[in-house]
Design a protein around this ligand. Structure first.
Ligand SMILES: NC(=O)c1ccc[n+]([C@@H]2O[C@H](COP(=O)([O-])OP(=O)(O)OC[C@H]3O[C@@H](n4cnc5c(N)ncnc54)[C@H](O)[C@@H]3O)[C@@H](O)[C@H]2O)c1
Length: 282
């Protein structure tokens, strides 16, 4: 297979939740750039999703929109039915929609906990169930890609419900990878670090947080962009990723590499006792 075909999604149809804006929008457009037709599911209106749909169509691909609040867990089987009625097939499911808000653990209400878990976790599980059933019936070697988070791997203060919801996605991903492997369906997760989108815009953080956070990001000392995230999804969706399942791909500029930041406390190179000190090399 030539290099181009290894990353080609020609003839594939993808379903992306939360594709109206942010990371999901970027994923939907990137899938279309690689040849896929794309359906978007979102709680946002079709009008609010229009620019994503227009970009997909401008690439010569088909685009569809399905309005759905993913919090309505008992409607997800019917949603899958509507999607398959209209598209005929789904080769790639990207469970991307998610919400988060910042709150001390003790202040998280039952209502908030349930809302976060319903959208971030239950929808991933039950939409995967409904879509994979149909993939299996159609003999599709499908791909399921779940947008998790670095918070699915390491916790952050103020996000206890979100951390739990993303940790659950990691285990759903591995569980489904085992059970769907026999049907040739791969299941993986994308774990973005801090990506500049609207999700965290209202987090009540004191000034200086962004600078403080960025100091600890090895690559460029900057937040990630939507474009930084999409390559991992294309890899997992494409023939190049066909033997990869049950894995997470972390796209975080390297922030999870370190336990407690030590670099600021190390002597600069060339100082006595520092890494490039010839006397120290002895
Ligand atoms: N931005 C980050 O720093 C970051 C980091 C790690 C993981 N993530 C994850 O990436 C995913 C996308 O986040 P984003 O940053 O693009 O956020 P965003 O808020 O910009 O976009 C989220 C999308 O999901 C949709 N959505 C929200 N609730 C929904 C519901 N009930 N039903 C249907 N659609 C709904 C929104 O309308 C929107 O289109 C989320 O799962 C998020 O947890 C984001």
């Amino acid at each position: 297979m030539n290099a181009h075909k290894r990353f080609s999604l020609d003839t594939k149809t993808a379903l992306v939740t939360g594709g109206s804006r942010g990371i999901g929008r970027g994923i939907a457009i990137a899938l279309a750039q690689h040849g896929a037709d794309v359906a978007i599911v979102d709680i946002a209106t079709e009008q609010e999703t229009q620019s994503t749909l227009d970009e997909i169509r401008a690439l010569g691909r088909q685009a569809w929109f399905f309005h759905q609040d993913l919090q309505e867990t008992d409607q997800l089987a019917a949603l899958a039915g509507r999607v398959f009625d209209q598209l005929d097939r789904v080769d790639i499911l990207v469970n991307n929609a998610g919400i988060g808000s910042q709150e001390h653990f003790n202040a998280i209400s039952v209502e908030q906990w349930r809302r976060v878990m319903a959208i971030n976790t239950d929808a991933v599980f039950f939409l995967s169930q409904a879509v994979s059933e149909r993939m299996i019936a159609a003999g599709t070697s499908g791909r399921i890609i779940n947008t998790s988070s670095v918070n699915g791997l390491v916790a952050e203060a103020g996000l206890a419900d979100y951390n739990a919801s993303k940790g659950a996605i990691e285990m759903i991903t591995k569980s489904l990878a085992i059970e769907l492997g026999a049907h040739g369906i791969t299941v993986n997760s994308l774990c973005p670090g801090m990506i500049a989108t609207e999700i965290a815009e209202d987090f009540p953080l004191a000034e200086g947080f962004e600078d403080y956070f960025c100091q600890h990001i090895p690559l460029g000392h900057r937040f990630g962009t939507v474009e930084d995230c999409v390559g991992a999804v294309i890899f997992l969706a494409s023939p190049a990723g066909s033997y990869v399942t049950g894995q997470n791909i972390v796209v975080d500029g390297g922030i999870l590499c370190e336990q407690v930041p030590r670099l600021p406390f190390m002597k600069p190179p060339g100082m006595p006792g520092g890494p490039a000190d010839p006397a120290a090399e002895g």
